[in-house]
Design a protein around this ligand. Structure first.
Ligand code: NAD
Ligand code: MG
Length: 297
């Protein structure tokens, strides 16, 4: 796979077909996706943009979080990887890549939908890295349900706890440790503006993340802390193959975008790096849409 600087046609850079029907129990594993996703393992080329930085990445075992974690490490950051305990084998693969890049990788499995665990994660990061200056909230939960009548309170609650409350808990706990220059990067979705009928709870959390980030960005700007958002379109990750989409939608997944294909997580690493690095020093409260060309507000 050529590196991210290689001039290519974006319509054919990656698989143009949809994906075979398949299903895993949530949260799913990257190693069981067929075909496997590209997280930049063989292609992301660092240029020292995050030298010496200290990053916490949630959902770092697979998908978009894995791509961000690999990119951060290749740019020179040490990384704490959070994920659910069932994803240990995926996370170990990411840790090995970070260590190959000559950086420190800290495995920190925990369920951040639990307040005490979310808060404790921040302390693990600060202790293990000797500080913290990048917080990338990538973990998320998406469960497709056709009919609102079948959305349980438990699902609604867990989606909000994972996607919205955990972000609040982690940011609140991290703030006393973040120096001027630190950056917070949250993960929204095209679903914030173009909600699917079967993703009522999920889409609502993503709109909440956009709004929370815009409010926080203003509050934290005087401290020199920037807050931005990455809003992906359809990306090939375990989330989509473990209940995020109906399995029968996978053959068409990503085909609706102007670029005509699903994104691969590797195409998001540079977005997280840009927002984490001082080169985006005058960018705060922004949402960077990486979605194959779908119009956004
Ligand atoms: P993914 O399954 O690879 O990553 C999601 C991760 O969230 C999991 O790996 C898991 O570690 C973590 N997670 C879920 N619940 C958790 C909990 N309670 N505690 C700790 N970790 C938990 O899928 P992905 O698509 O890379 O998702 C990453 C983010 O991107 C999510 O916020 C998702 O909403 C967002 N997103 C994805 C797409 C897409 O098409 N894949 C599109 C828009 C937004
Ligand atoms: Mg995972």
């Amino acid at each position: 796979m050529p590196d991210q600087f290689t001039f290519t046609d974006p319509t054919t850079r990656y698989r143009t077909d949809g994906f075979p029907e398949q299903s895993q129990d949530a949260p799913g594993l990257a190693q069981d996706l067929a075909p496997r996703a590209d997280h930049g393992e063989t292609s992301y080329r660092g240029t020292g943009r995050l030298t010496g930085r200290k990053a916490l990445v949630t959902g770092a075992d697979s998908g978009i979080g894995r791509a961000a974690a690999i990119a951060f490490a290749r740019e020179g950051a040490d990384v704490v990887l959070n994920y659910l305990p069932s994803e240990q084998s995926d996370a170990e693969q990411v840790a090995a890549l970070i260590e190959e890049a000559g950086r420190k990788a800290v495995l920190a499995p925990s369920d951040i939908a639990e307040e005490s665990a979310a808060r404790a994660l921040v302390h693990t990061a600060v202790d293990e890295l000797g500080g913290l200056d990048i917080v990338a909230n990538v973990a998320g939960r998406q469960t497709y349900v056709d009919d609102l009548a079948d959305v349980t309170s438990e699902q609604f609650d867990r989606t909000f706890k994972t996607n919205v409350y955990a972000l609040f808990w982690i940011v609140q706990e991290a703030l006393p440790h973040l120096p001027a220059g630190a950056t917070i990067i949250n993960t929204s979705s095209i679903q914030a503006y173009q909600p699917s009928p079967g993703l009522v709870d999920y889409a609502t959390t993503k709109a909440a993340i956009n709004t929370m980030s815009k409010a926080l960005a203003q509050q934290l700007a005087p401290k020199g802390i920037r807050v931005n958002v990455v809003a992906p379109g359809p990306f090939w990750t375990p989330l989509q193959a473990s209940g995020g989409q109906p399995t029968e939608a996978l053959p068409e997944f990503g085909q609706e975008t102007p670029l005509g294909r699903a994104g691969q997580p590797a195409e998001l690493g540079p977005a997280y790096v840009f927002l984490a690095s001082p080169e985006s020093s005058y960018v705060s409260g922004e949402t960077l849409n990486v979605n194959g060309g779908m119009p956004t507000p």
